[in-house]
Design a protein around this ligand. Sequence first.
Ligand SMILES: C[S@@+](CC[C@H](N)C(=O)[O-])C[C@H]1O[C@@H](n2cnc3c(N)ncnc32)[C@H](O)[C@@H]1O
Ligand code: SF4
Length: 400
Amino acid sequence: MAETNAQRIHSLYVHVPFCAQKCGYCAFFSEAASGELISRYVAALVRELEMVADDLQPHTLFFGGGTPSLLNLRQWGQILKTLERTHGLGAGEFTVECNPATVSADKAKLLRDFGVNRISMGVQSLDDDLLDRLGRVHSRAMVFKSYDVLRGAGFENVNLDLMFAIPTQTMEIWRDTLNEAMAMQSEHLSSYEVIYEDDTALFTQLKAGQFAVNEDLACDMYEELVARATQGGFQQYEVANFARRQRAGAAAVPDRPPEDPLAGIPALACRHNVNYWRGGSFYGLGPSATGYVRGVRTKNWSNTQLYCEQLEKGRRAVESSEELSPLKRAGETAAFGLRMNAGWPFAEFQRVTEFDLRREWASEMSQLEERGWAVCDAHRFHLTHQGLRFADAAAELFLR
Ligand SMILES: C[S@@+](CC[C@H](N)C(=O)[O-])C[C@H]1O[C@@H](n2cnc3c(N)ncnc32)[C@H](O)[C@@H]1O
Ligand code: SF4
């Protein structure tokens, strides 16, 4: 593992479990809640932040959800002032997830003033009928408006989330959305195929035979995504993630040498997620959040009332914690890192896990190479374009 007991943890994820309304496909822990519960959550989160503050010196902060942008100015003020007081600000990358329906100029300014420097906006589609179909609370017009508000507030690093293989979405609609998204010139793009999660409205409709899944179309849409994003100046660095190598108008960032652990990862990649995929520690606060600190994985209660009760009693709201064996942990770390185009540099894998990838997983590596799913060079092992299409199956081979 990367951190010793003497080193503080450099990464923090905070889960905000509230949404204006639940989208039909979403299984993230979130609910439409009363103002009273939201205020109680904020007070509980402030306590949780205070509890971990001494062990935290964030280089990356990520507020996800749920819909962090649903919190009002007062609630954000409480959280940001707590971070300020506990020396939690000043991260190189501080991301907040936003729903286009809940962005305002005042909120954007407050976030920017406290050092938030990256926004991840849930766009999903730029087709109004599909947005409606998905149960989104915003229109396409709101996406463009909120994007302008964020740019106006000084955000120079914005991610757009898009979904594809949405029921009734045609290739033509997907191309139009991709073209319009490219024209927005964001710094980052995340795009996922719809996953039919248990206990969601979309899953119920699928099971009821209201529509069928077209796997071939989904594959073609993925190929279109990779091609279009690449033409649009993005570099794919993970199965579903694309980033620019430099900001618009800035000088080109020179490529890192092959022995650099960050070689092959574009400068505007999400550093928080790169830490996560590369097996780094992070605290996870808020209901349902998972954390991974010095080899111990924790999960908070996925129940906001219970979460608040625990913190009101002065206890962390951890439902379960698990310390994996070093080999099991290394296997998981290998699997996560292979989702990245750059794969695993051998030296970095050894530094993080204390295992030699080439020795411990030699037969799995040759199996993937023989299938044409992976390649190995002097410095690293990584999946090919074809391998990335089957990244989950490839990664599974490394689990112990
Ligand atoms: C927590 S949400 C993003 C922020 C905000 N809650 C929003 O939706 O505007 C993270 C992203 O995961 C993706 N996502 C959520 N559920 C999904 C599913 N079932 N299948 C595919 N992508 C999903 C969406 O693109 C979503 O924007
Ligand atoms: S996709 Fe985002 S806005 Fe929709 S329910 Fe999930 S977390 Fe909430």
